[in-house]
Design a protein around this ligand. Structure first.
Ligand code: UD1
Ligand code: CA
Length: 451
């Protein structure tokens, strides 16, 4: 038997009432990506022919995340079997192969586990159900197997007898089903149960009645933790971060205080990067070999080159590109700006919408004034330019290569290369004037005391 085609159906129409949120449950993020995003990414990695996401009316926010995959509406949340029916039209021409049903609120399932399930389907099971053994089986559905370990039926907790509730093998909800039998079985499901819902889990018993083999693949309980509340969300985030910290350290990154460093789903590191305590990596960050991110930095959408040092207390915002050997010091913010090789901004600066040439030096307190209240403008600083402390570079403006801008200057017109620009009031010194002022004031004070 050759490898069969796969279609994935992601169930995401549940209300998620326990989140108490205006946002759809599956759009809440873990590691900077929505729960649904995690599921879709894993689904994609299993190379399906198509993916269909089932949502409830009014979930247009979910649609945007699901694109370019198909989105179908389940008009009323009448149960998981009913939810699968919503995908019927999208699967009308998908009669041979496997339909993989995933839940939008179970983000950590691995592609290895999906592949195990698909392999079990290839061996001839009509339905493969993913089971797990959580520490606390709680209210999960239970998988009832025969002596040979084949799946006989799935019983929901509410409908289970006392002895069935002692079964430790639980239903994750994830199933791989022969496309040729799916809708026949789903249509036969009734709703005569504790919740009055159409349970997808009932298709196992229906299939067995037709002599179709059903089996169980087991996965680690950690892969199957679902998110139903904000507490679950925080727990899932913690679990993900902990896994990633270990992974990153084993890949050759030093984390001096791992528990205080937070990563996004896509954070990338070269080897020998050092990260201090209390650093947050938002989405879209790549850090090159040998770079150091000191304590209390926040990075998002940033490319940090090799041997760069950042922080402590730096903020790198989307579009910042720091080329090799750049130095960004304390209380410096960089946004949508390229800093060329070896350029430095060591203290208290805002560099936004800018291009800074190699080896340029940006003095303490320098600000690129990029916004006029309506439009953003760019600042260009040439290679090797020296910007004195507390300069205001009013964009659009360009500073030539090797130019010097005097400290405290407000620069509003372009500076050519090798020029010195001074844009500040002229200083005048009055010799001996301070002594005179002090004598006058002291006399005044003495007179006031007498009166
Ligand atoms: C389901 C399983 C249960 C399993 C548990 C694992 C059934 C009948 N029960 O129970 O055996 O142990 O998951 O977490 O399947 N959904 C829809 N439309 C609906 C109902 C649900 O799209 O009408 C979606 C939800 O958004 C969710 C998923 O299906 O992603 C599961 O639904 P939920 O109501 O949470 O099922 P459980 O009661 O947890
Ligand atoms: Ca659930």
């Amino acid at each position: 038997m050759g490898k069969t085609k796969t279609a994935v159906v992601v169930l995401a129409a549940g209300k998620g009432a326990r989140m108490k949120s205006a946002r759809s449950k599956v759009l809440h993020p873990i590691a900077g990506r929505s729960l649904l995003g995690h599921v879709l990414d894993t689904a994609m990695a299993s190379n399906p022919e198509r993916i269909i996401v089932v949502v409830a009316p009014g979930m247009s926010d979910v649609e945007a995340v699901a694109l370019p995959h198909a989105v179908v509406l389940q008009p009323k949340q009448a149960g998981t079997a009913d939810a699968v029916k919503a995908a019927r039209d999208q699967l009308a021409d998908f009669n041979a192969g496997t339909v993989l049903v995933l839940y939008g609120d179970t983000p950590f399932i691995s592609v290895e586990t999906l592949e195990k399930m698909l392999a079990e389907r290839e061996r001839g099971s009509g339905i493969v159900v993913l089971g797990f053994r959580p520490d606390d089986a709680a209210a999960y559905g239970r998988l009832i197997t025969d002596d040979a370990g084949r799946l006989k039926r799935i019983i929901e907790f509410e409908d289970a007898s006392a002895s069935e509730r002692t079964v430790t093998l639980c239903n994750s909800g994830v199933m791989a089903i022969d496309a040729a039998i799916l809708f026949r079985l789903v249509d036969a499901v009734g709703n005569d149960n504790a919740k009055g819902e159409f349970y997808l889990t009932d298709i196992v018993e229906l299939a067995r009645a037709d002599n179709i083999e059903c089996s169980v693949v087991e996965a680690d309980a950690n892969e199957l933790q679902g998110v139903n509340s904000r507490m679950d969300l925080a727990e899932a985030e913690g679990f993900w971060q902990d896994q990633r910290r270990r992974q990153i350290m084993s890949d050759g990154v030093t984390l001096s205080d791992p528990a205080t460093v937070y990563f996004s789903y896509d954070t990338q590191f070269g080897s020998d990067v050092v990260v201090g305590p209390n650093v947050v990596f938002g989405p879209g960050v790549a850090v090159g070999q040998g770079a150091e991110i000191k304590a209390f930095c926040h990075l998002e959408g940033v490319k940090v080159g090799a041997d760069v040092t950042v922080g402590p207390f730096a903020r790198l915002r989307p579009g910042a590109v720091l080329e090799r050997g750049v130095k960004i010091g304390n209380f410096v913010e960089v946004k949508n700006a390229v800093m060329g090789e070896g350029a430095q901004a060591s203290h208290l600066s805002y560099i936004g919408d800018a291009e800074v040439g190699p080896e340029a030096n940006i003095g303490a307190g320098t600000i690129t004034c990029n916004y006029d209240g309506y439009f953003k403008h760019r600042t260009k600083i040439g290679a090797g330019a020296f910007i004195g402390s507390n300069a205001a570079l009013v964009a659009p403006v360009s500073i030539g290569e090797g130019a010097i801008v005097g400290a405290g200057s407000v620069i509003t017109t372009d500076v050519s290369s090798e020029a010195l620009a001074l844009g500040r009031g002229l200083q005048s010194n009055k010799e001996g004037r301070a002594a005179k002022i002090n004598a006058e004031l002291a006399a005044k004070k003495a007179q006031a005391k007498k009166d």
